[in-house]
Design a protein around this ligand. Structure first.
Ligand SMILES: [Zn+2]
Ligand SMILES: [Zn+2]
Ligand SMILES: [Zn+2]
Ligand SMILES: [Zn+2]
Length: 358
């Protein structure tokens, strides 16, 4: 993955760990043609046509449609078939499902060669798209007006607006489609109710510890504590900072202490990317053994690729009910061969997400 996330970016050959940080960006930059790394909003699909079917996009526990969480643009330089490559994460917004050790989340991997049916082989100029976007999934498929996934159902009234299923049709009806169905045949505001807040994710290399040698570990921990405190004080009462919540429940687990020390180098990081490396666990509970991560269906072993940190929760506005979606870390394992899904199947291969809670 290249630091700037530009088209044709190179995967890192070395062992450098790359960190992702949430940054505000104009929405026009976060669409398919610019191969974004981002959180929230609708997915910026890579293959624009062979999208995952609704059955794949439903929570295994409660059947609710998943919400798009984030996508990481991570081409593999040595592999022609992975000139473009993006890993997508979707979660169930039902808090009870996020408490389950398994399920309630899905990782999908998609890749394309430079010469492909969707995009030209030179990068697009960075400016807003005027008019219809020929390089978006809507150009090829009916897309759910609420979640941005495949929308094979259409509103029977206007026959103009599509949904992935009943749940999203109902949200959108209540959020304004009821009024504008007959008049204008445009979607309501259901997507704003359902989608997570959208932001860019910028990538930087993790700084070496040596750069901060002038400070002792104690000093760094003190800086970190100050940062956490500032963060909490800047938040509304009900919204307790994730790091603080963890600090109070992590206790003296040495794995958690190691996590805190390492994250203290860049406390605002929300993603750690290290393909073929090792995740930074938050807890000594539920650390997977090799056998816990199944091989890909092509036969190749899966390897760690990136993890999402709990700091991302601070950006997601999921706390409205008090009882909220939660995780310690989400570690994503992908096919070490980054194999191509067979022709005729969705171009999005389901990979493995290992969830750790504190
Ligand atoms: Zn669920
Ligand atoms: Zn939908
Ligand atoms: Zn309608
Ligand atoms: Zn594979």
């Amino acid at each position: 993955m290249e630091a700037s996330g530009k088209q044709g970016g190179a995967a890192t050959g070395g062992q450098d760990i790359q960190l992702g940080f949430v940054e505000n960006a104009e929405a026009w930059k976060l669409i398919s043609r610019f191969f974004p790394t981002k959180v929230g909003g609708k997915p910026a699909w890579l293959d624009l046509k062979n999208l995952p079917p609704p059955e794949m996009m439903k929570c295994f526990h409660c059947d609710a449609p998943y919400a798009f969480l984030c996508q990481i643009y991570a081409p593999i330089e040595e592999k022609d078939s992975c000139f473009h490559r993006t890993i997508f994460l979707f979660i169930c917004k039902n808090p009870a499902c996020s408490q389950e050790d398994e399920g309630g989340i899905v990782a999908l991997r998609c890749q394309l060669p430079l010469d492909n049916e969707f995009y030209p082989d030179t990068p697009f100029e960075e400016r807003p798209v005027v008019g219809k976007d020929e390089y978006g999934a809507e150009h090829y498929m009916n897309i759910c007006a609420v979640c941005g996934c495949l929308g094979s159902k259409q509103c029977a009234g206007c026959k103009k607006v599509h949904y992935c299923g009943k749940a999203h049709q109902t949200i959108d009806w209540k959020m304004g489609h009821k009024q504008n169905c007959k008049e204008v045949g445009r979607p309501g505001d259901g997507s704003s109710k359902f989608l997570l807040p959208e932001a860019d994710v910028v990538i930087e290399e993790e700084p070496a510890d040596a750069k901060k040698r002038e400070k002792t570990d104690e000093e760094k921990m003190a800086d970190y504590a100050t940062l956490v405190k500032d963060k909490i004080e800047s938040l509304p009462d009900a919204d307790v900072g994730e790091l603080d919540k963890m600090a109070s429940s992590g206790g003296d687990d040495p794995v958690f202490t190691r996590f805190r020390k390492r994250v203290a180098r860049e406390p605002e990081q929300v993603v750690r990317y290290w393909r073929g490396g090792a995740p930074l666990w938050v807890s000594s509970r539920r650390v997977p053994a090799a056998a816990d991560v199944p091989a890909c269906r092509c036969g190749a072993a899966r390897q760690f690729e990136f993890q999402v940190l709990p700091q991302l929760l601070n950006h997601l506005d999921l706390d409205e009910t008090g009882d909220s979606v939660d995780w310690g870390t989400l570690a994503v394992y992908t096919c070490s061969d980054s194999c191509q899904p067979p022709a005729g199947e969705p171009a999005y291969a389901a990979e493995v997400v290992w969830k750790q809670q504190l």
